[in-house]
Design a protein around this ligand. Structure first.
Ligand code: NAD
Length: 316
């Protein structure tokens, strides 16, 4: 189904994630119907929508008019058939249990019109865990938001074994249209892309704490004040560029990389060789080597702005 055919959306599960997911769609102009098994949760959820949008207005992110329009677009029901009948794209954000998600996906598959795309916000399961019985294998997909989903911009869009390219592309375009930053995950694997990267850091942090290398406080502060400080500007690939590691002599590049991976998850020989080959090229991922100095100046200006915001220099 093309993006233009999506006119109305549904969100099933109106808890911590559901209400924020609905806000994204409503601010993006889509009528959004939210649903839950509990009417009390739905009422709380509508209240959370109002509070979240009031904060957006107070902080100058949107106007009062935009907030009111978004609130008007969000309706609520405990009747799943009503959601199914009024949605071209449904996101489930119910409890993280594969049996519950399986039951819901199977019900929605029967209730929804054939063109409707079913998306899941599961954080640790994959579509094969609960989506294998639906008939519309080509129209199921993962959209993995990060809490709070109406504020954190990135959303992973991940395929299941049967997800069609059309569904994948339409979902990606839909996320863009509502102002999110979609990230494509091209293969089905637990943890998708970013929870795996985040998980690798958490595993190592816990290990260093347990081995007495540093206190929890110092690990926390260290991450926030060093590479965490840089992260809004550069991720692991961009850092390779901007720290100028691509300019190092080949032996230094390769040994730095192997020091970083020692003790971490085992790499397959193929992946290990692929990374080694890439490092041997001695070229940045994104930066134009001819414009390296300009990229550094741009970075430094942004860092200084953030330094002033986060860690105000002491008054003279
Ligand atoms: N909380 C997070 O930080 C986070 C981040 C990313 C993804 N997720 C994922 O989002 C999903 C929801 O997480 P949450 O934190 O919002 O949970 P939550 O417990 O706050 O909300 C889940 C809601 O689903 C409702 N529900 C349960 N079964 C239902 C059903 N069959 N039909 C309709 N509603 C049903 C519950 O009443 C509850 O209100 C999970 O899959 C979770 O893994 C959570």
């Amino acid at each position: 189904m093309s993006l233009e055919k999506i006119k109305k959306v549904g969100v099933v599960g109106a808890g911590t994630m559901g209400f924020g997911i609905a806000i994204n769609f409503a601010l993006g102009g889509y009528p959004a119907i939210i649903s839950d098994i509990s009417d009390q949760v739905l009422q709380q959820s509508l209240q959370m929508v109002r509070s979240a949008l009031a904060l957006f207005v107070e902080e100058g992110l949107i106007t009062r008019q935009q907030a009111d329009d978004a609130i008007r677009r969000i309706t609520a029901t405990t009747n799943l058939a009503e959601v199914a009948a009024n949605s071209d794209f449904i996101t489930e954000a119910i409890v993280e249990r594969s049996e519950d998600k399986r039951e819901l996906f199977n019900k929605l598959d029967k209730l929804c019109p054939p063109h409707c795309i079913l998306a899941s916000n599961t954080s640790s399961l994959v579509l094969s865990d609960f989506g294998s019985e639906v008939n519309r294998q080509d129209r199921i997909v993962i959209t993995h938001y990060y809490a709070p989903p109406h504020i954190v911009p990135g959303v992973e869009v991940a395929k299941g074994p049967g997800t069609s390219d059309e569904t994948f592309d339409t979902t990606y375009d839909l996320m863009k249209k509502i102002g999110k930053i979609p990230i494509r995950v091209l293969k089905e694997l637990p943890g998708y892309l970013l929870n795996r990267i985040q998980g690798a850091m958490s595993r190592e942090a816990n290990r260093l704490w347990a081995e007495g290398v540093a206190s929890a406080e110092d690990i926390e502060l260290g991450v926030k004040a060093t590479f965490g400080f840089r992260m809004p500007h550069e991720g692991p690939m961009g850092h390779y560029d901007l720290a100028g590691i691509w300019k190092w002599p080949e032996d230094a590049r390769i040994s730095s990389r192997s020091r970083q991976v020692s003790g971490a998850a085992e790499l397959s020989p193929e992946a290990d060789e692929k990374i080694r080959q890439r490092m041997m090229q001695g070229k940045p991922w994104f930066v134009d080597p001819e414009r390296f100095e300009q990229a550094i100046e741009k970075r430094d200006r942004e860092y200084i702005r953030r330094l002033k915001q986060l860690y105000r220099p002491a008054e003279k």
